[in-house]
Design a protein around this ligand. Structure first.
Ligand code: PLP
Length: 407
């Protein structure tokens, strides 16, 4: 894997010195390239890219993604509001919550987002409240197993997400009873899906169900496109995916008798590789069995290694050649928070900058204040210029909402 020292000509080391560590760094050019790759792959059909904001929802990232022609998929009202602040129109936002109260749905309707419903009780409330006046999308659970591991597979039978495809008759009954304009069918079956065939498997479930919905305007195939996390790892071949899925979609539209839009919801695919977490080695210590490098960050800033056993490539930015040895890179949190285990790194000295790759997706957005640590700053590089898009947290941020009662 490429180990960059610069992003669009800007030295990473200079940024680490200027803004301090730990630091989340984003390459805006890479994000835009990923969007363009999808636009090209699906160029033969009307496609809408609904970026899954939960992967990285910093306002300046959302606004860059919008500028590049992608719209939004939001899973909370707060994400909807971030999208609006970043310049999205409400009508461009798909709202795909899971298990929320009807009050949240009503607020999202008021805002004007497209609502994606994932239970029969909500669909019934929706029908009772809005009748035929508000178009809606239905999240289908197709009962297929897809995705890299069980924690990130969400379209199987035991998953909480969506309305079971086996409940299609009940969906149709409610739609008929309340004259609900169902304009979209959606599925999202998991993350780290490699093959076009798996998308197509879900797609076929939607194609078949779609024949029962005369008001349809779009089918939404969700996200989950895989990116490579290590040199041996593979990524979804987006050009091939586009070709295969577009072909099948065109065929379906012929059968359906009308041209529909295809929506997709990439999260990780747009932002993962664009993000770097730059940390500083604070301690190098040898135990009888392991050579540890402790850094000024941890699972509070990047939880994926501990939460998903995720592999993140890491390199020593301060020492790019010469002797290597096997290191285990650990965080400063009082928990086992291994960021990288037994990796060959060029000799690490105290004070060296290490760069953790693929940190753009589910990095900052899953960060916390655990151990009362502060979140890093975020810097985005765009057209050769570095922008501080979020300040490092200060101690004041930790105590802002607290009331100190001295008992
Ligand atoms: C998380 C999510 C996505 C994006 O998943 P990635 O694996 O990041 O591509 C898309 N759609 C929905 C509904 C999601 O919840």
């Amino acid at each position: 894997m490429h180990k960059p020292t610069h992003i669009q000509g800007v030295a990473i080391e200079a940024l680490a010195k200027e803004f301090g560590t730990p630091l989340y760094l984003y390459d805006g050019g890479k994000i835009v390239n990923q969007i363009q790759a999808l636009q090209t792959a699906f160029a033969t059909i009307p496609v809408r890219i609904k970026y899954a904001a939960k992967a990285l929802s910093s306002l300046s990232v959302l606004s860059l993604i919008r500028k590049a022609g992608a719209e939004l998929d939001a899973v909370s009202l707060e994400e909807v509001k971030l999208g609006l602040l970043a310049g999205s129109k409400a009508s461009e936002i798909m709202y795909t919550p899971s298990g929320v109260s009807f009050e949240e749905i009503q607020e999202a309707v008021q805002i004007g987002a497209m609502i994606n419903l994932d239970s029969l009780p909500l669909l019934e409330r929706f029908g009772q409240t809005y009748g035929n006046s508000v178009p809606v999308c239905i999240r289908i659970n197709p009962h297929i197993l897809a995705g890299g591991n069980m924690k990130i597979s969400v379209g199987h039978k035991e998953s909480k997400f969506g309305i079971s495809i086996e409940h299609l008759p009940q969906i149709l009954e409610l739609a008929q009873q309340y004259q609900i304009p169902i304009v979209g069918l959606h599925l999202h079956t998991g993350s780290d899906i490699l093959d076009a065939e798996v998308f197509l498997k879900g797609g076929k479930v939607l194609f078949k169900a779609a024949m029962h919905f005369p008001n349809l305007q779009f089918l939404d195939f969700g996200g989950g496109f895989k990116v490579a996390y290590s040199p041996e790892d593979s990524a979804t071949d987006i050009a091939e995916l586009g070709r295969i899925v577009s072909g099948a979609f065109q065929e379906f539209c012929k059968k359906f008798g009308r041209k529909l839009e295809l929506w997709i919801e990439p999260g990780k695919f747009l932002v993962s590789e664009a993000g770097y977490l730059v940390v500083k080695a604070t301690v190098v210590k040898e135990t009888p069995s392991i050579h540890f490098v402790g850094v000024d960050s941890g699972m509070n800033h990047l939880i994926r290694p501990m939460m998903y056993d995720a592999y993140h490539e890491i390199y020593n930015l301060s020492n790019l050649d010469g002797a290597t040895s096997s290191y285990t890179v650990v965080g400063y949190i009082c928990e086992t928070d291994t960021l990288a285990s037994q990796r060959q790194l060029h000799t690490v000295k105290e004070g060296d900058f290490l760069v953790i790759q693929n940190a753009g997706a589910y990095g900052y957005t899953m960060s916390s204040n655990y151990n009362a640590r502060l979140r890093p700053a975020e810097v985005l590089v765009w057209e050769g210029k570095a922008y501080l898009i979020r300040k490092r947290e200060q101690f004041e941020d930790l105590i802002r909402n607290q009331e100190i009662i001295q008992w």
